[in-house]
Design a binder for this molecule. Structure first.
Ligand SMILES: NC(=O)c1ccc[n+]([C@@H]2O[C@H](COP(=O)([O-])OP(=O)(O)OC[C@H]3O[C@@H](n4cnc5c(N)ncnc54)[C@H](OP(=O)(O)O)[C@@H]3O)[C@@H](O)[C@H]2O)c1
Length: 280
């Protein structure tokens, strides 16, 4: 069946992949982003109605993160408008182990809409399309939480699971937890990238306090520094958060992509051998 589907953050790490997969399944996709027409901007609630007009289902990624101040209000307004406009179902991308994000999950769960919550662990693509890319290109990565073992998950797996639960109503009112199949520390992850690319990447672990200080010294915005500090401390600081889940296998019927496969595939794109670009 053909649906009209709004993909909020449809040019981002997971949204782009979700949109591509939906289009291959002959679904009508509208990208929800500031640069699309009609424009959708989380910061401007007057854009919500137009973006939702005629839409049957929606995938929501909140930018920058459901934990930031203002996220709850925005999700609440969006779901209220969506209910009134006749939306059938929503899939919300959330963060595994993010207490602050749970308030937004509850808003969706109590909205009156059919929903599926997708809680994902940290993405592989943070190393290739986001904040770890520039330090890798510079050959020098400094990160806190050296002891944390993280089941990094691939954005392609998230997208495949999202498409499945978005179109299949047997997942209504459920929470799916998606992780990669194996836990790695940051040092191990960087070592794998270094081995595969044959590029020398020096890794140094720093305390969270020093990491926050260097972000401040680099002039990064206050809100961004708070968010990164929160994500490291709250999400990675709790070992309970870092449990491997096999929900992905249950949903998409195959094993999650291993970090090594991601590294092999991504090395071939040349992204880790380019000159430095800002990926923030
Ligand atoms: N990275 C991780 O490891 C991780 C792990 C678990 C959960 N998450 C969750 O993933 C979500 C982000 O998803 P993602 O990584 O797929 O997306 P992303 O790559 O961070 O997002 C970029 C997308 O958001 C859009 N965007 C940016 N600002 C916007 C605004 N003010 N209004 C509307 N759209 C805006 C961008 O389009 P325009 O610039 O054109 O507007 C683009 O489509 C966050 O809520 C985060 O909590 C991330």
């Amino acid at each position: 069946m053909e649906n009209n589907i709004l993909v909020i953050g449809g040019t981002g790490k997971t949204g782009r992949r979700v949109a591509e997969k939906l289009i291959k399944l002959n679904q009508n996709v509208r990208i929800g982003s500031r640069n699309n027409s009609p424009s959708f901007d989380w910061e401007n609630t007057t854009t919500y109605s137009e973006a939702l007009k005629g839409i049957d289902r929606a995938y929501i990624t909140y930018y920058p993160d459901l934990a930031v101040p203002g996220a709850k209000e925005a999700i609440n307004t969006l779901t209220e408008i969506a209910l009134k406009s006749g939306l059938e179902k929503v899939v919300l991308l959330s963060g595994k182990g993010e207490k602050e994000a749970e308030a937004c999950e509850e808003i969706v769960a109590n909205s009156g809409l059919n929903y599926t919550l997708v809680r994902a662990s940290w993405f592989n693509q943070n190393f290739s399309e986001s904040f770890f890319l520039d330090p890798i290109l510079a050959g020098h990565v400094e990160l806190p939480m050296a002891a944390a073992e993280i089941p990094f998950v691939d954005a392609d797996d998230i997208a495949e699971a999202v498409v499945k639960v978005l179109l299949d109503d047997s997942y209504n009112n459920q929470t799916i937890t998606i992780t990669g199949p194996r836990k790695l520390t940051f040092r191990e992850a960087i070592q794998e990238i270094s081995n595969q690319t044959k590029k020398s990447i020096n890794f140094r672990d720093v305390t969270l306090d020093n990491y926050i200080k260097s972000m401040k010294n680099a002039g990064l915005p206050k809100d961004y520094v708070w968010l990164i500090g929160y994500l490291f401390k709250e999400v990675l600081g709790n070992h309970e958060n870092q449990i491997v889940s096999n929900d992905i296998e249950k949903v998409i019927g195959r094993k999650a992509v291993d970090f090594s496969e991601f590294v092999k595939k991504t090395t071939q794109t040349g992204v880790w051998n380019q000159s430095i670009v800002s990926s923030l």
